[in-house]
Design a protein around this ligand. Structure first.
Ligand SMILES: Cc1ncc(COP(=O)(O)O)c(C=O)c1O
Length: 462
């Protein structure tokens, strides 16, 4: 959540048209203080709805990885289950059962080695899952160090500079040194050599990403794993691997079945994903699975019995919506393996089609082509121009397209790019419309004889 500040309430109150109000009702309310009295639900509904009119159109939000369309049946199911609290497992045992089925399905989808060993939970999203995965790594490392009589005051975690902000948060909140491998040249993510180079006996784990938020590329998980095997053979240091498959966890199993990135690699101890990304559920649900009980230290698990029954939980928060888990299970049941494959293949096909069309426009060069995640990033070709990718992003908003422009992380901050995330519901027709709009803007921008004044680049948060 953005941190919000308390503001003085002497600004103009919020007002609505008299036709919205019932007879005798006020047509204004203080902006930042709780109104003194009630209003009718219809008036409140209409007013809040109007307030939201200037939000972007979620379907045209090509910045987000998060689901913006679900089937009416799924929406209906979610509406029917808004009142379920995920934590009340004893009171809502069937919701708990759906979570259990989802964890089982995911652990099998990710090739966990034995039938009854993998363990996992739903979370609020990949960020909470990352915190849980990271904590398990920290606990295991501390245990190892204690047993060896070694110091436990300087843990570090190794990752690429392209990690999503959740890993920086994890390191800051839990006092871990983030060891980030800077980008190198045209490689925009962690490499195996860099990962191994940064590790030492204080490394709690390496995070590999499938795929990178910045450009949709897969990090070479199998190579990273092999480099860590080699490191262990040479030094005896055994570093576990966590895979942040926030998006790729729902892409690779369906589209790249031969790719070794999951529990088939014995070094992979845990995997997180976002059910609300390519898991195709509205925000916010995520998942984390550990390969076996050894990977999840017991003393991180809380057993609470005050809701009735004995309930083991590992979570940062307590109450959470249960309806997203019901919706995840709906998708699993509704689509099955083949349905997911079809949806994700369509996304990849549209991403590649759209990437080719953007490249054909002339001024742009693709950084990625939509061949891994259905995501592509592109920059302006080198050369003098009176505009930047930030100007292109801003102009695309004129018809509602939200296409973020941003700079890359350490060592490649010189690189500014645009990124398109293709999600379920982005058709070829929409891709054609986007490309046509890009062409229109570029034709205009190319005619500029001086640079655009004062670019107002909005920061974009991945
Ligand atoms: C690679 C990666 N990890 C973690 C996250 C955070 O995911 P969530 O929004 O589910 O917390 C994202 C979000 O884009 C991501 O791309």
């Amino acid at each position: 959540m953005a941190l919000q500040k308390k503001l003085s309430d002497d600004q103009a109150s919020v007002t609505w048209t008299p036709m919205y109000a019932q007879q005798g009702e006020a047509v204004h309310a203080p902006r930042f203080s709780l109104p003194d009295s009630e209003m009718s639900p219809d008036t409140a509904f209409q007013f809040v709805r109007d307030e939201l009119m200037l939000d972007g159109n979620a379907r045209l939000n090509l910045a987000t990885f998060v689901t913006t369309w679900m089937e009416p049946q799924a929406e209906h199911l979610m509406a029917l289950t808004f009142d379920k609290n995920m934590v009340d497992k004893d009171e809502y045992p069937r919701t708990a059962e759906l979570e259990r089925r989802c964890v089982n399905m995911l652990s099998r989808l990710w090739n966990s080695p034995s039938d009854d060993e993998a363990t996992g939970t739903s979370t609020t999203g990949s960020s909470e899952a990352a915190m849980l995965g990271g904590l398990a790594l920290k606990w295991r490392w501390r245990d190892r160090q204690n047993k060896a009589g070694k110091a436990t005051d300087h843990p570090n975690m190794v990752m690429g500079a392209n990690v999503q902000v959740c890993w920086e948060k994890f390191c800051r909140y839990w006092d871990i040194e983030p060891r980030m491998a800077p980008l190198e040249g045209d490689v925009y993510h962690l490499t195996a050599a860099k990962a191994a180079q940064l590790c030492d006996e204080n490394t709690i784990g390496v995070v590999g990403i499938l795929g990178s938020t910045f450009d949709g590329s897969y990090e070479p998980i199998a190579e990273i794993s092999a480099a860590l095997d080699k490191l262990q053979a040479e030094t005896g240091i055994d570093i576990p691997l966590h895979v942040d498959a926030a998006s790729g966890g729902f892409i690779a199993p369906f589209l790249d079945p031969g790719l070794q990135w999951d529990f088939r690699l014995s070094r992979v101890q845990s995997i997180n994903t976002s059910g609300h990304k390519y898991g195709l559920v509205y925000p916010g649900v995520g998942w984390i699975i550990w390969r076996n009980p050894d990977a999840l230290p017991e003393d991180l698990v809380f057993n609470v019995n005050y809701l009735g029954g004995n309930m083991p939980t590992f979570a940062l928060n307590f109450s959470r919506p249960g309806n997203q888990v019901a919706a995840q299970y709906y998708n699993f049941l509704r689509l099955g393996f083949d349905g997911y494959r079809r949806v994700q293949q369509t996304c990849r096909d549209v991403a590649r089609y759209c990437a080719d069309a953007v490249a054909a426009l002339g001024p742009f060069e693709l950084l990625t082509h939509g061949t891994e995640l259905p995501v592509f990033a592109f920059k302006l070709k080198d050369g003098e121009r009176n505009y930047t990718v930030f100007d292109v992003s801003e102009r695309l908003r004129d018809r509602g397209w939200l296409v973020p422009a941003y700079t890359f992380p350490e060592n490649r901050q010189d690189l500014a790019a645009l990124r398109v995330v293709v999600r379920n519901g982005m058709s070829r027709d929409l891709a054609d419309l986007l490309t046509a709009d890009l062409q229109r803007h570029v034709a205009y921008l190319d005619q500029l004889t001086t640079p655009l004044p004062n670019p107002q680049h909005q920061a974009f948060h991945h």
